[in-house]
Write a protein of this length. Sequence first.
Length: 196
Amino acid sequence: MDLYIFCVVLGAAGMAAMALLGFTNSHSGGHAHGTHGHVVHHGHVHTESWKSTAWSWLSPRVLFNVLVGFGATGLVAEKLLGPVLALPVALVGGLVFEAVVVRPIFNSLFRFESEPAQTLESAIMSQGKAVTGFDVNGNGLISLELGGEVVQILGTLTADERNAGIRVRAGDAVRIEDIDSKRNRCTVSRIGLSES
């Protein structure tokens, strides 16, 4: 079997196997998260970035794509340029196929990946809004945005603010100080305090 045909078949078979097994490595598509190279020690930033880039080219997904590009380019180049020039042209073709055709497609697919759902605990120190006026015991309904979704939970003023006679009216901004996710409630303080 011809080298170029073998590479196309091997690369395509590898990609098909990975797709069937769900083995796609999220770091392989140039989906470097930006944190790999950002080490506090400034002398290591370029080294880490270089290593991250090098490893991304050694992932199975990338290697199979390069094989497909190498084989397809080689088949065309061999007929046009002859066997001697076809080899380096095929190698460049494989790398270009991965970098210019496949990698941007994978990057755009990963861009649409949903972000992990945020938990109630992630709302600590964020801002909410009083939906109702708080009662004399310092309890009321508040709303807050959690992962793009508006959530309403019971809020209780901090003991200090309750003792100080702070009142929260509907529409007032509050800060989430603590969360009790089991009871679906939180402790809040009013933002922009003015005793009333």
